[in-house]
Design a protein around this ligand. Structure first.
Ligand code: ADE
Length: 314
């Protein structure tokens, strides 16, 4: 399994957890900082209505060969039936910087940091998307809810992809796409145009990967705004304020219909500041993000291509 731990051991770990404090709330439930034998861990407690997300995420984390430095490290999962209700938890590595969204709101980054963050995101997603054929093998996995809230910032400046509650798996040998029976849908703000106009063919696994890459383009835009550069002719640096993609053209919690109008009908995409052409990393990022959010999914870059392009920059 993902952590290599038998289920009974996972249950034992869950029983030894001491909750410290809440670090985040979402639609899914709540995340806590906790202690397990003097070590910090993150504990995600799911709302009772999110049983299918817990089930799916647990199943994805138990996939052999899923472990990767840019995928959140799984420790244990547990479900407890307590009389009339059920408590579902997931125990993972804890990252004190929190989500990329929270990090970018309060921090600015250098071009070198931007490159490492973007490269590590592409590496994690390339590993997820990749099918490993053999024994053991690894199915190809598409995330389906890539956004800055579902990415964690590690102390070494790399990122880790989290929240697999909506992920889909594909094994070419069986030619079968496994989608969770989950009422939850991805976040409208980050949905690819083909999701919004409902032309995505769910029988073609490649199409889920391409939709993930559209979302990556938006996350790269969020990161790039916080990357500072020298102001020409002045002894200062500058960058844009933190903003969510489409913050200026949709309401605070946009609906599917709001996004359909902006992304599909009006064809809007986030603006790319001229400043980004003054730095090699930012100029490369500009090109990559625009190729990721292209309206035609078949011409978008793959995660592996993005990883290679960013790896080639010194
Ligand atoms: N917020 C959500 N998941 C987290 C984690 N694993 N570590 C720190 N903050 C988080």
């Amino acid at each position: 399994s993902g952590s290599g731990l038998p289920l009974l051991v996972q249950r034992t770990i869950a029983k030894q957890i001491q909750m410290v404090r809440s670090v985040g709330k979402g639609r899914y439930g709540e995340v806590f900082l906790a202690k397990w034998r003097d070590e910090h861990v993150a504990v995600k407690i799911f709302f009772r209505t999110e049983e299918s997300s817990w089930f799916r995420e647990t199943e994805i984390y138990q996939t052999v060969l899923i472990r990767h430095e840019n995928i959140l490290g799984f420790i244990a999962a547990d479900i407890k039936h307590m009389g009339s209700h059920t408590q579902m938890m997931l125990i993972t590595d804890f990252h004190e910087h929190g989500s990329l969204h929270d990090y970018l709101r309060t921090s600015v980054i250098t071009p070198q940091k931007l490159q490492l963050m973007a490269y590590s995101l592409a590496s994690g997603l390339a590993h997820l998307h990749d099918e490993i054929v053999g024994t053991p093998g690894k199915p190809a996995i598409a995330h389906r809810d890539i956004k800055s809230n579902n990415i964690l910032v590690k102390r070494n400046g790399q990122v880790a992809i989290a929240d697999f509650g909506l992920a889909v798996k594909y094994t070419s040998e069986m030619d079968e796409i496994q989608i969770a029976q989950n009422a939850r849908v991805s976040t409208p703000r980050y949905m690819a145009p083909e999701m919004l106009n409902q032309s995505l063919n769910q029988q073609q696994f490649e199409e889920f990967k391409r939709a993930d890459m559209y979302s990556v383009g938006l996350v790269f835009w969020e990161m790039s705004r916080r990357c500072y550069t020298q102001v020409p002719g002045a002894n200062t640096t500058t960058c844009e304020d933190y903003a969510l993609p489409y913050h200026d053209v949709v309401p605070a919690d946009p609906t599917f219909d709001d996004m359909y109008d902006v992304v599909c009908i009006k064809g809007f995409r986030p603006p790319v500041p001229l400043r980004w052409q003054d730095d090699d990393v930012l100029a490369t990022m500009s090109k990559i993000m625009q190729e990721c959010w292209h309206p035609n999914p078949t011409v978008r870059l793959t995660a592996l291509r993005v990883k290679k392009t960013l790896g080639r920059l010194q």
